[in-house]
Design a protein around this ligand. Sequence first.
Ligand SMILES: C[S@@+](CC[C@H](N)C(=O)[O-])C[C@H]1O[C@@H](n2cnc3c(N)ncnc32)[C@H](O)[C@@H]1O
Length: 422
Amino acid sequence: MSPQRLVVERLGHRGEGVAYIGDRRVFMPYALPGEIVTAEIEGDHARLVDIVEASKDRIAPICPHFGHCGGCAVQTLSAGAYAAWKRGLLEDALRNAGLALNVAPIIDAHGAGRRRVTFHARFEAGTARVGFMAARSHEVVEIDACPLLAPELEGALRAARALAAPLASRGKPLDIAITGTSDGLDVELRGAGPLAEDEWRALIAVTETHDLARLTNHGNLVALRRAPRIAIGAATLALPPGAFLQATQKGEEAIATLVLEATKDARTIADLFCGVGAFALRLAARARICAYDNAAGAIDAMAAAARTTQGLRKIETFERDLSKRPLITQELEAFDALVFDPPRAGAPAQAAEIARSKTPIVIAVSCNAQSFARDAAILLSGGYRARTATPIDQFRYAAHVEIVAVFARDGAVSPRKRRLLG
Ligand SMILES: C[S@@+](CC[C@H](N)C(=O)[O-])C[C@H]1O[C@@H](n2cnc3c(N)ncnc32)[C@H](O)[C@@H]1O
């Protein structure tokens, strides 16, 4: 296959360069807009062979593993062009959905770095390869460090290697999810299945050698040296195993700040897909909160944190599957405001109920621009007006963007005002 010369037109939504051969579109990882390159073409995929003319926005990558490790999609763009591309991910998704929302400037929320990481381990002939997946591949790329991780994750990679070693003879793929907390590393193994007694003993020994705070296997406790906790607003939360947390501490704070600002006049707020309470535990300082999620461990941990934090109003928690049983219109109208923050797939069933309701303020939080645009279209078709959508970059160098968007219903009367008016 002889390389072809191509001109890169733009970056696609996975961070790959997009070029055309006649009418045919090809995607080329690591190529930047405006560059002239040579590439080997296979179907709609192009492998960058050489850069003939580099973009003026091209800079050196910060990590020696960039280009092999699939963790980062775009590391060689100058800061301004990078921020414009990230914000453009939201603009493109809205345009593709036929929506014209006011998109705010992007907020950089990398802060001290990622506080959660999942390493992958693959085993061959009894030895483990531990690292991140290569782009578009099932291969694991071994790394010696990741510059995107927060200082709390210091030692995480060494610990992951040590934990993988006693399980190497099984040959089954293993995921090692690690959260950095003020009490040390909280590690959850996934894919190992039930542990044999000698594996159990070996893993406990690793927990001690590496001074891990906690080790769980599919949510089951293997070893506990210190209960891992994190701070959320004024509360201290005992972290349930494998719990969802926003990728960076600064990202969580940036999202929560926008949620607090948009709900400042609300007395009763519903927090849908609340997780461990990144918003509820802050909002409860001034409003009555009903919080919903299908993860019992997360809402129990939030309720316990709320009980032991001074100055918070009671948070009522509800374990509920919001895809199968979304809050219906009458339930939603009991609130002055609501926030919904579903997983990547979005929440079309819940959005449809919200669109029929008269809840005055609705805040949509999302980590996926496409599903956000689809859910936003549902709210708009129900008569909501979009105030603004703010992109937040807590996934530095990855082709993901966090979004907070505020919607209002003109003329809607809050439940409190309805009561006052009799
Ligand atoms: C993106 S996280 C947001 C969590 C929280 N708002 C935060 O910022 O930390 C999505 C949450 O949705 C929950 N979830 C996923 N599917 C659900 C469903 N079908 N019904 C209710 N909750 C669900 C997960 O347990 C998770 O806590």
